[in-house]
Write a protein that binds this ligand. Structure first.
Ligand code: NDP
Length: 333
């Protein structure tokens, strides 16, 4: 696959370029809003093409797929342009600033017959797939609750637009709550129906929340408790799924690395659960390539990105108003 990058970003440099190359791909060009940044990024990462115009990527007929990892408010226009140019698109989360915008991106890709995927990496991990497998095989019985611990410390190098710029899509809710919404949907196989929430800003940034806690109701009656933050250096991440016949305890599994531990506890056992330690991002790209080849869906399709955004925005609205919000998937259909 020949890839074009829109966004000279940290995630592209640290994870995605390697994942494209590890799956036999060629990264042909990168677009940045700044000419020197585009050139520097290209030189540093061994990419031949660089520029500030989308045409650098979109007008090159040899480029089949585009990876978008710019600031959040840019995703929509760039994705629509890429789809319009006939490219398949792997887009970073959150897909857009509103659910309606994100749904429009999915519709445009469907209409154009292009693959459009969301880069929700956690559902690509061996750990999350092993946990879902335990749930699906009935090892913990009926699921009663899920607790998601995703309070991390935002590295200083990333303490820019994410914590200072609401217009660019900053805030922990569009950044991390979207991932947690996807995890809940992936593990439990159902969509949160309503949420209550609180959010806070500790002073790390300005104008956006850096912490959120919320509780989600699931159609089955299960409850989800979710905690996201940019300000917790030592909290560690994890999740617990509690069922009528057992519990799953997973530590260190809400990360970009294939790490962590899973323990299954039932009346009959307390056992460590093994899982494959493949790269989350390589797996995501593999699934994307299969979808382009006509074999199945990407790990997280566009509709999954719409749904995760719908949950995250409901959390923010619930926290802002203090009022329980029914998650509005109508515009996500
Ligand atoms: P970065 O802040 O590193 O990059 C985002 C954009 O900011 C870049 O495209 C670039 O714009 C600009 N930028 C970055 N560094 C500089 C700099 N030193 N000077 C000037 N401009 C700069 O963000 P991330 O890589 O962390 O995130 C990018 C996207 O990926 C976001 O949408 C985020 O939500 C998502 N993400 C997803 C993850 C996942 O696991 N799925 C993990 C991390 C992020 P330009 O290209 O115009 O130069």
């Amino acid at each position: 696959m020949r890839w074009g990058l829109i966004g000279a970003s940290t995630i592209a440099e640290q994870h995605m370029i390697g994942a494209f190359r590890a799956t036999g791909g060629d990264v042909k060009a990168v677009v940045s809003t700044t000419a020197t940044r585009a050139k520097d990024f290209a030189n540093k990462n061994g990419i031949a093409g660089a520029g500030t115009e989308l045409s650098v990527v979109l007008d090159d007929p040899s480029i089949e797929a585009v990876y978008i990892s710019s600031m959040n408010e840019k995703h929509r226009a760039q994705a629509l342009a890429a789809i319009g140019a006939g490219k398949h698109v792997l887009c970073e989360k959150p897909l857009a600033m509103t659910v309606a915008e994100a749904a429009g991106m999915v519709m445009a890709a469907d209409k154009a017959g292009r693959v459009f995927a969301t880069n929700h990496h956690l559902r690509c991990s061996g750990s999350h797939r092993a946990i879902r497998d335990l749930i699906v095989r009935g090892r913990i019985g009926r699921v009663l609750s899920l607790r998601l611990f995703h309070a991390v410390h935002l590295p200083e190098s990333l303490q820019g637009w994410r914590i200072n710029d609401a217009a660019a899509g900053g805030g922990v809710i569009p950044d991390i709550t979207v991932h947690d919404a996807d995890v809940a949907r992936f593990l439990l196989g159902e969509d949160p129906s309503a949420v209550v929430a609180q959010m806070g800003a500790s002073g790390m940034g300005q104008g956006v929340e850096d912490s959120a806690m919320s509780v989600w109701s699931m159609p089955s009656g299960a409850m989800v408790m979710s905690h996201e933050s940019f300000t917790h250096p030592f909290a560690g991440s994890g999740l617990e799924v509690h069922g009528s016949e057992g519990s799953i305890f997973a530590r260190g599994v809400m990360t970009q690395q294939p790490v962590g531990e899973i323990e299954l506890v039932t009346a009959a056992c307390r056992e460590a659960v093994p899982f494959p330690a493949h790269s989350l991002y390589v797996q995501g790209v593999r699934d994307f390539l299969s979808a382009v080849a006509g074999q199945g869906q990407p790990a997280a399709a566009g509709v999954d990105g719409v749904a995760s955004l719908a949950v995250a925005l409901a959390v923010r609205e619930a926290a802002r108003t203090g009022i329980r919000q029914v998650v509005d998937y109508a515009r996500a259909a």
